[in-house]
Structure formats: C-alpha cells, structure tokens
Design a protein around this ligand. Structure first.
Ligand SMILES: *Cc1c(COP(=O)(O)O)cnc(C)c1O
Length: 348
C-alpha cells in the first residue's frame, strides 16, 4: 500500500473509559464522531463506543447521522450543526436529535431537540435574553440546553467564566433533561462547573488533549493517540552534494546524501507547510522532509531505509500535535486533513 492509517480499537476503547472514569457516573459521555470520527471512521468507532456503553453520540450533520443509523447504531444521535430546512424530515425518519439555534425554529420544533445558546463564542446559538429564550421554548419539545466554549484552554482569559455565567442565567429559567457545555478541554482540566449532565469529548476519544495556556490545572485525562499513519518508501537513491531536491529546488544537499521518496504527498493530507520542516519516524529515528511536499510524493533523508519499508508520518513519538506545530496548524486539522484515498485499517 502507498499510504495507510491504522486505527487502534483498544486505544479508542481505553480513551473512552478514561473519559468515563474522569466524570461522575451520573454524567453521560457523548463522544463526538463528526467528520468521520476525525478520520478514524465514524461507523467503526461508534460501534466500539456503543459496545462500551455510550448512549449518545454527536455528529455534525444529518448525512453523518443517517449513515450511523443505517450501519445499525441504536444510540441517541445529536446532530449539532445542520438544522437546514431540507433536512428536517430526516430527524423524525431516522430518530436523530437536532440542535436548534434559533428561537423561530425552536417554536416550530416537532421532535425533541437541544437548544444551542451562544454564550459568547459568536458562532451558532441563540443570543436573546434568558427571558426571551424561556418564553420562546415554553411548550416545545426541548430536551437539552447546550453551549460551546471559545477559549476553554486559555487560562489567561476570562472568556470561559463569562460564557458559563451567561449560560447559567438561562439555565436557571429553563429546566431541561440535559445540559451540556464541555468538550475535551473542560473535561481534561476539570472545569467541573461546566460539566452539566452530558459531556461531549471528541479529541480525547482519539487520544489527544490540547495543552492549556496560563495557570491551568493539570490535565487529568490519560489518553493515547489511536491513529498511526504510514507511508511506503518507493525509491531510495544517492545524490551528490549541492543537488536540488523537488519543486522549486527548495532544498540543496549540503553533502552527498541518500534520499528516500515516500508514496504520499499533500493529496494524501501531508500539509504542504511541512516542506523542508516536517519529520517522519523510521525505526525510532526522526528523518527530515527534504524540499517541497508534492502532491503524491514526499522526499526525506533516507537513513537506513530501503525500498518497500514503511515510515510513520503520524503516531506514537510523532503525533498530530507535533505535526501541527511544524505545519503551523492544529492537531484537529491534521487528523481531519488525512484524505479519503489513504486506506484505513483497524487493529486491536
Ligand atoms: C467538535 C465539537 C466538540 C468536540 O470537541 P473536542 O475538542 O474534539 O473534544 C464538542 N462540542 C461541539 C459543539 C463541537 O463542535
């Protein structure tokens, strides 16, 4: 295979258990499996989580929710960001639970729904006063009240406290069966006042907790990356000193070098920004990317690699956070950026 990802079922399972153990047993854990479970495969991951006892899953859009239903998932499915007119019939047809983010839509809701409050993130959610919201949802099938934080990992900012205060004012006036605010970060750094009775971890399920800024409590979640991304060496060769490597001649060999050409490029999801700066792992050694990452190929220093060997683009010892730092992006983007043409296999 040119390039493939291996997803560890036991890592997904252990990470779910770690989140489960980190919060009180009265709190539901609703893993977020949107965007094909951050590329780990929504169907397979959801099956693992359901078998572990997850009673709720969250996706981004109706298509993702329908795909899970059709694959036999019986858990409740919250559709967080797709309350579009053309999709509304699907919520009843596939027993999906919509997140509604306008009071007009809330007043007309036909199925149990969760209302999203924009408590200060400035994205989806209602921004009306607590009184207006309370009046608008009265008599509707509202089941949950939720919000999302903009700066949960930043302990130098007071934005999260302000969001909690605004949300709490609404929560006091509206009683719903479910209340939820927290994704991975407020779980990991134990912002318990923001846990409500459901938490929504995505990143942690896949083995990541982003570092916090400022005076943060210790990360209380022990999770490990579930995904390893590998690529095969297509060619190995020696080049002389002063040779130019790849598009634009971005790298010039300082000495005679042995180079290896990998069967993966930016069309597979290797960030182009890693040109001349990324590293891959081979037999425990980090080997630098030489020159520009191209569409289907990437050149690295060869070390003792041979044709047909596999290198690790992403995994233990070279995880998505590291790749993201080198590429000037975030680990979420790196994971979701692994393209569909990269084959996915499951391992235990
Ligand atoms: C994506 C998302 C999550 C999960 O966030 P993580 O940081 O991956 O845990 C939770 N809630 C909402 C509303 C989201 O969009």
């Amino acid at each position: 295979m040119r390039s493939w990802i291996e997803v560890s079922r036991s890592a997904i399972r252990d990470n779910y258990r770690a989140v489960r153990a980190a919060v009180e047993s009265s709190i539901e854990v609703m893993p977020v499996v949107k965007a094909d479970a951050y590329r780990h495969g929504a169907e397979e991951v959801s099956k693992i989580l359901e078998a572990e006892g997850a009673r709720w899953l969250a996706v981004s859009n109706t298509e993702e929710g329908i795909a899970l239903r059709q694959s036999g998932i019986g858990a409740r499915i919250l559709v967080m960001a797709d309350y579009l007119p053309e999709n509304r019939a699907f919520f009843a047809d596939f027993s999906l639970t919509p997140v509604i983010h306008s009071l007009v839509d809330a007043a007309a809701a036909q199925v149990p729904y969760h209302l999203k409050v924009d408590s200060g993130m400035g994205r989806l959610g209602v921004r009306e006063s607590a009184e207006e919201i309370s009046r608008a949802v009265r008599g509707t099938p509202i089941e949950g009240l939720m919000t999302h934080f903009a700066s949960a990992a930043n302990y130098e900012s007071k934005q999260t406290e302000a969001q909690i205060a605004r949300f709490d004012a609404i929560r006091k006036l509206i009683s719903t069966q479910y209340v939820h605010l927290s994704s991975t970060i407020p779980i990991a750094y134990r912002r318990t006042e923001a846990w409500g009775n459901i938490v929504r971890p995505g990143h942690a399920i896949f083995g990541y907790v982003s570092p916090a800024r400022g005076d943060a409590p210790a990360n209380a979640l022990r999770v490990r990356p579930a995904l390893t991304w590998k690529a095969t060496v297509l060619s190995v060769k020696d080049v002389e000193a002063d040779a130019l490597i790849g598009y634009g001649g971005m790298f010039r060999t300082p000495k005679p070098m042995r180079i290896a050409i990998l069967a993966a490029g930016y069309a597979d999801g290797i960030p182009h920004r890693l040109s001349n700066r990324g590293k891959v792992l081979a037999n425990g050694r980090k080997l630098p990317i030489l020159g520009a990452v191209s569409m289907d190929l990437t050149t690295i220093e060869a070390g003792d690699l041979r044709v047909g060997d596999a290198v690790t683009l992403l995994g233990q010892g070279n995880d998505a956070q590291e790749m993201a730092r080198a590429a000037g992006t975030i680990s979420y983007d790196v994971l979701c950026g692994i393209r569909a043409r990269v084959k996915r296999i499951y391992v235990d």
